[in-house]
Design a protein. Structure first.
Length: 88
C-alpha cells in the first residue's frame, strides 16, 4: 500500500506594491478591514510582506496577487503570482 501525499492549499493575498528593493524583491502592503470585537467600528490593519518577483514585472503602486511559498531568504516567504492592475 502506498501512502498518497496531499498538499495543502497555499495562501493567496492581494495587495499593493509599496517598495522595490533589489532586482527580484518587492514589498507588498496587504490591507484588511474588520470590525472591532466590542464596538463594531471598522478598522483597517496593514501587513507588509516581502515578495519574490522573478521576472521583475511588478512596479511601484501596482496591485498584485501573492502566494505563500517556502522560505527564500531571511524575510521572503511570498512570491508574486500575477500583476492585476498597473499603477497610473
Amino acid at each position: 500500500m502506498t501512502q498518497v501525499e496531499t498538499r495543502n492549499f497555499r495562501k493567496l493575498r492581494t495587495g499593493t506594491v509599496v517598495s522595490i528593493s533589489g532586482e527580484k524583491t518587492c514589498t507588498v502592503a496587504i490591507s484588511i478591514r474588520k470590525p472591532h470585537p466590542k464596538y463594531g467600528k471598522m478598522q483597517t490593519s496593514t501587513k507588509k510582506l516581502h515578495c519574490h518577483d522573478e521576472e521583475g514585472v511588478a512596479g511601484l503602486g501596482d496591485t498584485v496577487q501573492v502566494m505563500e511559498t517556502r522560505p527564500l531568504s531571511k524575510t521572503k516567504r511570498w512570491r508574486v503570482v500575477e500583476v492585476g492592475e498597473k499603477a497610473k
